[in-house]
Ligand binder design. Structure first.
Ligand SMILES: *Cc1c(COP(=O)(O)O)cnc(C)c1O
Length: 356
């Protein structure tokens, strides 16, 4: 049976990218050697690394004064890289969920942190609006898509101070104006590749302003100067990013994929709103295109485990909600198709007929 993979991360990647990855594991670029056993200082790997960077630049229209680097350690390590490199006195953070909280915790090790707004009062079911942003901050940090709660910033906000964003789960899912940000980072495993690698897009002039000494591996400038080859990079993950971004380009780039993402999310939310058994958990205007969170209506609560089973029997896997929200979460990243969404909405419809 075809599986419809709604996993939150690591998550579904385009089949073509996975097939090419499998080939490269056996024979990388016709070298007769696996990519897993190839030096990162070869012209073949250079082509991979530069290819991934250039695709990022092209797809997001990244200006010259920004650099794109790939680092090990996932998104969570960036929670400390950012304040290490940028926090001299005070930073502002907006608390929109667990990932934001983890970023706040790390930043406090390096300086004063002002939490400017929080949606914790309603279990992070919305994005705080009209937040007053002081002008004496070294930077403002936001999480553009809250993977666990299914809320998302749908526009690039205006900030009078350097704006830093964790875009782990919505990078390259919609058009964005990179010039509104000073630094954007994220783990690859939601939308663009396998786990273990983080991407960082940084405007170079913001670096080198803090007075603390920086360990070599933490200093973004070393990774920029060495084109992400300062130490051994996660070569296979970067290879998969390149393959995934090539696929994305063939889908019409971010504009093309955004159109599809909007269509996918609309079908699923419409079914959640129509169906007697289910209800959404996020405020309607802040509903994420990437992570669709929903629960059973209170009177049908006891059917939840049964629905998970039923969905799995119909090939829909990975829809169990995060324990902090409960219920269900369908992650609808770029590589997930409308056909996958329809498999799930069909399940919801037939389950309703059976049990409502
Ligand atoms: C998954 C996720 C992270 C953590 O990523 P790791 O690579 O596991 O460190 C951080 N932020 C957001 C928004 C995420 O979705």
């Amino acid at each position: 049976m075809k599986k419809h993979n709604f996993n939150a991360g690591p998550s579904q990647l385009p089949l073509e990218a996975i097939e090419n990855g499998a080939k490269a594991v056996l024979d990388f670029a016709g070298t007769g050697i696996s990519i897993l056993s190839t030096s990162h200082r070869t012209k073949e790997y250079d082509a991979v690394n530069n290819g991934a960077v250039n695709l990022f630049r092209e797809l997001l229209e990244i200006p010259e004064n920004y650099k794109v680097i790939f680092l090990g350690g996932g998104a969570s390590t960036q929670f400390c890289y950012v304040p290490f490199n940028l926090l001299e006195k005070k930073a502002g953070y907006i608390n929109t969920g667990v990932w934001a909280k983890k970023a706040i915790k790390e930043a406090k090790l390096f300086g004063e942190v002002e939490v400017l707004a929080s949606s914790e009062d309603k279990n992070f079911s919305y994005i705080p609006k009209n937040v007053e942003i002081p002008t004496d901050l070294d930077y403002l940090h936001i999480t553009t898509n809250n993977t666990i709660y299914g809320t998302e910033y749908h526009t690039d906000i205006d900030s009078p101070v350097n704006l830093v964003a964790d875009m782990s789960s919505d990078i390259l899912s919609r058009p964005m104006d990179i010039t509104k940000y000073a630094l954007v980072y994220g783990g690859a495993q939601k939308n663009i590749g396998p786990a273990g690698v983080a991407f960082v897009i940084v405007r170079e002039d913001i670096l080198g302003k803090v007075s603390r000494p920086l360990p070599s591996m933490i200093d973004y400038r070393n990774h920029i100067a060495n084109n992400s080859l300062f130490n051994t990079p996660p070569v296979f993950s970067v290879y998969m990013i390149k393959e995934t971004l090539e696929w994305l380009k063939r889908q019409g780039g971010v504009n093309g994929i955004y159109k599809r993402n909007v269509e996918k999310a609309a079908e699923l939310y419409n079914e959640i709103d129509r169906n007697k058994l289910f209800k959404g958990t996020a405020e309607e205007e802040d509903r994420s295109l990437m992570n669709v969170c929903f629960v059973m209506q209170p009177e049908y609560e006891e059917l939840a485990p049964k629905f998970l089973e039923y969905a799995a029997e119909h090939g829909c896997v990975g829809i169990k909600g995060h324990r902090l929200v409960g219920g269900f979460r369908a992650s609808c990243y770029n590589a997930l198709s409308l056909e996958d969404i329809r498999a799930l909405t069909e399940c919801m419809k037939s389950f309703e007929k059976k049990f409502a």
